[in-house]
Design a protein. Structure first.
Length: 531
């Protein structure tokens, strides 16, 4: 369905009436893509003269007296139906853009309050096609209110550069296809490119040479190598070992920073994501001192520490696993912070168990830093349980399970759907991580803190929407439902941080490889106990 852009005007920040939302509503309800055939500008002036400013993500753009920037972009999947709110599913793609605006005095503003009155907001792709924000897709569980654009076919790629890990073939679209957020008034148009400013054509060409120098299809460019010869040789050998051991799928550009000595950036080698588990195999850090002549520029290889550590840890894990004595005639395994060994936890040699846990503490990213913050003692009756529920207003394929950690280091995992296996599995965790969890509970004042909203009818634990976190310590017990309107005195961010720490300490990633498995409707209750 095509509509003339000149027939649509949205006056943002004026009277909040239904008519004010009509332009976006018309396009949102029909899924139309607008084509600007005759912009309402003086006929003698070409459209390009209306573009008064063009910036990139995380750069400020002046809009009237205020200024705004697009801080991040997230992909979504929405269910195409007429119900409110729309729900997330694998049927229709969408893009959520988060913005930040301030007044001339620096006071935070909403995007609606910051935009001049005759401003329209569109998402542009290519030269002509543009799309209005959706009014149907509502993300009520989010504290921020993003702009949401829906796509039935082609979608923008507002991500940093990424490449196939083996072939080096780029997985991004050309500049002409990169999406822009367009703020359009009667006499001007300003745009935000959904990419980082450093990613221009010259840098892209240089980056392609660097990636081709690492991948299996590498071809040497003797005239202008992107790295010094010894750095390139060292990195190639490490990269080949990581490919063989971990089978990553993507090499992505991350963390572009303009520093005192030039442009620094990371190339991240990744595996396919499963659940919320980390998917980074290794990160390579580079510094490009001079960007004035990228045809001949050479970068310095700053850091490959975690790449070497990944290979060392893989070999060490293999050696430790060979020392595990399997239970004759008995099936069973034990997960030690995500590393599974073929023996029941209770039959595992204590010295070997400690070695395995120490190995995981060193090798799992983030564990050592988390454990170093441990302060509180672990109560004798300590138990913390997480039930991963389904997301509110979404159809998600996230792992569903119950996991409990106990004061003696025992971990009990019950899988339900989209996990490595249903039923009970056992594991072990470190006392340092338990102390860190206990300290976090004390920091939140879990048992004494009051306030917020909570009603037994709306927040029943029998409803599996949202997560359920239960803590027992010092002969007290408290359960909190992580659902909008049910969190009581705790914020969504506080519960998210606690959930992340709990899953990391339990080694949940060892059980949550995504699989297409239906929910077990026959399971209504799980009883979890330590050894």
């Amino acid at each position: 369905m095509k509509r003339r852009a000149t027939s649509l005007r949205l006056r943002v920040g004026q009277a909040r009436s239904v008519m004010r939302l009509l332009p976006w509503a018309l396009c949102s309800l029909s899924g139309c893509e607008l084509v600007e055939a005759h912009p309402r500008a003086p006929e003698s002036a070409p459209e390009q003269s209306r573009v008064l400013a063009s910036v990139y993500m995380n750069e400020w753009l002046s809009l009237g007296a205020a200024r705004c920037r697009v801080t991040r972009a997230e992909r979504l999947l929405t269910e195409p139906n007429d119900r409110e709110p729309r729900r997330v599913s694998p049927d229709l793609k969408a893009l959520a853009l988060y913005t930040e605006c301030t007044s001339p005095a620096g006071t935070p503003l909403t995007l609606e309050a910051a935009l001049p009155g005759d401003t329209l907001v569109f998402l542009r792709q290519g030269q002509q096609a543009r799309r209005a924000p959706s009014l149907r897709t509502k993300l009520s569980s989010l504290e921020e209110a993003p702009l949401v654009f829906e796509f039935e076919e082609r979608e923008p790629l507002p991500l940093l550069r990424s490449f196939d890990a083996r072939s080096g073939h780029a997985t991004f679209t050309a500049d002409a296809e990169v999406a822009r957020v367009s703020f359009e008034a009667h006499a001007e148009r300003q745009e935000v490119w959904l990419r980082e400013r450093a990613l221009d054509a010259r840098f892209d060409a240089w980056l392609v040479r660097l990636v081709n120098g690492l991948t299996a299809d590498a071809r040497d460019d003797a005239a202008s190598p992107p790295l010094a010869a010894d750095d390139l040789q060292r990195l190639r050998a490490l990269y080949a070992g990581l490919l063989e051991r971990f089978e990553p799928t993507r090499l992505s550009l991350r963390e572009l920073r303009q520093g005192e000595h030039g442009l620094t950036f990371d190339l991240v080698l990744e595996r396919p994501r499963t659940h919320d588990a980390p998917n980074v195999v290794a990160t390579f850090r580079f510094e490009l001192p001079d960007t004035s002549d990228l045809a001949h520029a050479r970068a310095r290889l700053l850091d490959v520490t975690d790449g070497r550590l990944a290979l060392e840890c893989a070999e060490r894990a293999r050696a430790l696993r060979t020392r595990v004595v399997s239970d004759p005639g008995r099936d069973g395994s034990c997960s030690l912070l995500g590393l599974k060994v073929p023996a029941r936890c209770e039959h595992l040699d204590l010295h070997l168990k400690d070695e395995l846990l120490a190995h995981r503490m060193r090798c799992v990213p983030g564990l050592a830093d988390v454990a170093a913050q441990a302060q509180a003692d672990v109560p004798d009756d300590f138990q913390i349980t997480l039930r991963r529920g389904r997301r509110e207003n979404t159809f998600d394929h996230g792992a569903r399970f119950i996991v409990s950690l106990f004061d003696n280091g025992s971990v009990v995992f019950h899988g339900r759907s989209f996990v490595d296996g249903t039923g009970r599995s056992d594991g072990r965790t470190s006392q340092a991580l338990l102390r860190r969890l206990s300290a976090q509970i004390e920091r939140l004042d879990w048992f004494a803190r009051r306030g917020g909203s909570w009603t037994p009818e709306r927040c029943s634990p029998e409803d599996d929407r949202g997560d359920l976190i239960t803590v027992q310590a010092h002969e007290r017990q408290r359960m909190v439902v992580d659902r909008e309107g049910c969190r009581g005195p705790f914020s969504a961010k506080e519960l998210e941080e606690l959930r992340w720490l709990l899953e990391l300490s339990a080694g949940v990633s060892g059980w949550t490889h995504s699989q297409d498995a239906p929910d077990d409707e026959g399971v209504s209750e799980w009883t979890v106990s330590a050894d």
